[in-house]
Every structure is written in C-alpha cells, then in structure tokens.
Design a protein around this ligand. Structure first.
Ligand SMILES: [Zn+2]
Length: 424
C-alpha cells in the first residue's frame, strides 16, 4: 500500500533547541512495508513470536529513494486528521519523537492509508496490502512531478505523456507551431510557459485549464487572442498574461472580461489600439505595451489604477484640434434602441437578437456622462498625463514625455460643450 503526497518530518525536540522546522514538505512516497527479518529496526524482544514481523512505514523521497523506516506497532501517540478532506494529516510517533506531516495527498487515498496505519499500530494483520521493502524507482516520482521545464527540442517528450500532476510546465525553444493537445489534459496546470516558439493560433480549449493563473506566450507568431478564450474559465483564474513579441494587431472587446488579470505584457506587437473597455481591468497593476502602433488611448484608460506602465515607442498622434462629428438628429431607430438597451441594462444575447447586433452593443462607446452611443457621437481628443493612472511610468518617447493622447466620445452636443473645457 502506497501514498503519494508531500511529507515533512518534524522532530519534537526542535523547539526545545530553539530551532524551527522549514515549514515545507517534499514530494514523497509512503509505503506500508513488510519487514524482512534482517531489516528489523529494533532487536526482537524475548518472547516475541518470530513469525510476527510488524509492518513499518517507509518514507521515500527523490533524494532518498531507499527511504527512512519508522516502526508503527504501538508506536503512534496521536493522529491528527481534522483536515484529511483537504489531503492533510499528521502522524505523531512515540519513538523517535517526530511528527510526520502529510499534505497535498488525494483525500480518499489518504484516508484509506491512515486506516491501514491505524491497524498496524493496533497490531492487526494487514499483510495482504503490504508492499515489499524495495527502493522506489525514479519513474514513480516522475508520475507525480509538479514542475517540468523543457528548453530544447531533444528533451521534448514525443512518445510518453506529460505527468498528469504537473502544475508548472515550461516548453521553450522547441519550435512548436501549435499547442500540444496533451498539455491541455493537464488539469492541474497553474503556470504554462510556451515562450520562444512559433505558435500561430491558440486553441479555445486552453480555456478549459481552470486553474491556469500564468500564461506566457512571449516570442511566438500569434496574430490574435480569441473571443472564446476571453469568455472561458480563464476569466476566473488568469492573472499573468505575456503576449509580447507576437504579431497581434488588436485585442477583442471581450478581452476586458479577463477581470483577474494583474500583469499584462503586450510589448513588441502591432497593436493599433487597446480594447476600449480596458478600464474594466480593475485588478491590473502592471501593463506594458512598448513598441506597438498605438496612436491614441481609449477614454476608459483613465479608470486604470496601475503600479507600472510602459508605453514607450508607440506612434502617438498629436490631439486633433477639431472633433469628429457623427451626430444625427433625430437618432436612428437602431441608435436610440441601442442606447435604451444599454442605459436600462436590458439583457441581450444572440438567442434574442441577431448576433451582429450583439457585437454592436458590445462595442458601444461610453460618453463622459455615463450614457452610451453606438454610431452617433462626437469624437474628441485630449491628452492625459500617464502619472494619473500609474505610480511608475516609463517615458513615452525619448523627449522625456509622460503625456499621451486620449480619445473621448460624447453622446450629444450638450455633453461635448459641457466637457469642451476639459478637452482644451
Ligand atoms: Zn453624454
């Protein structure tokens, strides 16, 4: 019987010596083993029957594959199993005086392992489920690896699968042209680094990696980031996204639904504008989009609250003196109904109205007054000092400027006139 988990063996003498444990477990395989006569830890007491060889607990780690043995029979002072459902438990031994702290175990396996340990402690016979006392093979640990870094083609696994338990996978400089489907089965992945490859398109199924917090796609051939990905479970998990050194020209409006994003790198792409609802990324703290083709920032950019902002080397334009006027009186039926739907927050979807109308509504512009406009607006430009949205600002150009032009939309002449002092 075996259990895969993280283990930390803590001596109860440590506090008396003024020492503390590391507080961090290591990957280990625990086995309940049948001791061979020669492997007895303590000499058999006189009168003890020779045939009764009590099972022991063997803890093997990558560094110590032969493992360390602990007697169990009548040697357990206490079990701490309150958090067994979370895969954690502690076994307190009498001799040696140590606490064996188990964590990150599968809760079901942990519970059955603990009941077997309990039986051995009580001296019951569980011979049927005992393992042999042999060193654990490296391949057994491989299966439970949580981190894997591959940085050359020759190390890329072609014939065998990635360990299912991986939480952190890096595959760089391997010339990948697409995301390997085998990676998308790794449901525990938190960090996926596919930087320095030739990936052109991302499969929507990346969105099924529900724990994915960090996605690094630096230095690939991506041309887009799909709406499907923006609307996947990544909305709840994704915090760090690195899309720098790709060929992305635009991000969809829905990109701003990735609300958990804190770090976003878009340097060295071909972006001509930010998604205009970027202000909705309320958790964003680090934003860099150096060396793109941004000519204006969207008005909502003012809603960001960043620690770091780098927009160096973009092709920012001078604010236009005259506004672009696209007002129409009276408003068209489409325009006035769109404004009403958005203002009254009436739910819509492609099951009620045509899909292209949903897209139009998603792309509606926000006026400074808080109302919305679709195709009928006045567009004005102004400049903003980037220090108003970020603590640390990398200079926008070599001239030492931290000002950038901003596009604003107005739903009516009144709104424009009222704000025109802001514009000047
Ligand atoms: Zn307005």
């Amino acid at each position: 019987m075996k259990l895969h988990c993280e283990v930390e063996v803590i001596s109860r003498h440590l506090p008396a010596l003024g020492l503390r444990n590391r507080g961090k477990g290591v990957r280990a395989i625990l086995s309940l083993c049948q001791q061979t006569p020669g492997s007895q830890l303590r000499p058999r007491a006189r009168g003890e029957p020779g045939s009764l060889r009590p099972a022991c607990l063997l803890i093997s780690t990558m560094k110590d594959k032969r493992g360390t043995r602990y007697e169990l029979k009548e040697n357990i002072e206490q079990f701490f199993t309150k958090f067994a459902d979370e895969g954690k438990a502690t076994i307190r031994l009498k001799e040696p005086p140590v606490d064996i702290c188990l964590s990150k175990a599968n809760s079901g396996s942990l519970k059955s392992f603990l009941s077997a340990v309990r039986l051995v402690h009580k001296g019951c016979d569980i011979n049927a489920s005992l393992s042999t006392l042999t060193p654990v093979k490296t391949s057994e640990f491989e299966k439970f690896k949580t981190k894997m870094v591959i940085t050359s083609k020759k190390d890329y696994p072609l014939s065998k699968n990635f360990p299912y338990s991986l939480e952190h996978l890096q595959v760089s400089y391997c010339g990948l042209v697409r995301v390997d489907m085998r990676m998308l089965c790794l449901k525990n992945l938190r960090k996926l680094d596919l930087s320095h490859n030739h990936i052109k398109k991302l499969p929507a199924t990346i969105g099924d990696l529900m724990h994915l917090q960090e996605l690094n796609l630096n230095d690939n051939h991506l041309e887009s980031f799909s709406v499907a990905l923006c609307q996947s479970t990544l909305q709840k998990s994704l915090r760090n996204l690195d899309l720098s050194k790709n060929k992305i020209k635009a991000l969809p409006v829905q990109f701003c639904q990735l609300r958990e994003l804190t770090d976003l790198k878009l340097d060295d792409n071909e972006l001509i504008q930010f998604p205009f609802k970027i202000g909705q990324l309320a958790n964003l703290r680090f934003l860099s989009a150096a060396r793109n083709k941004l000519s204006f920032l969207p008005c909502e950019f003012k809603n960001l609250s960043l620690e770091y902002l780098d927009l160096f080397g973009n092709t920012f334009e001078q604010p236009k003196v005259f506004p672009v006027i696209k007002l129409q009186v009276p408003l068209s039926l489409l325009e006035s109904s769109a404004r009403a739907i958005l203002y009254n927050r009436i739910p819509y979807g492609s099951h009620i109205i045509p899909y292209h109308l949903c897209q139009d509504l998603d792309a509606a512009k926000t006026c400074v007054c808080g109302r919305y406009c679709l195709n009928c607006y006045i567009q004005g430009t102004t400049t903003m000092n980037l220090h108003s949205v970020a603590h640390t600002v990398v200079l926008v150009d070599n001239m030492g400027g931290t000002e950038a032009p901003v596009t604003s939309y107005f739903c009516s002449l009144t709104c424009y006139v009222n704000s025109s002092d802001v514009l000047k």
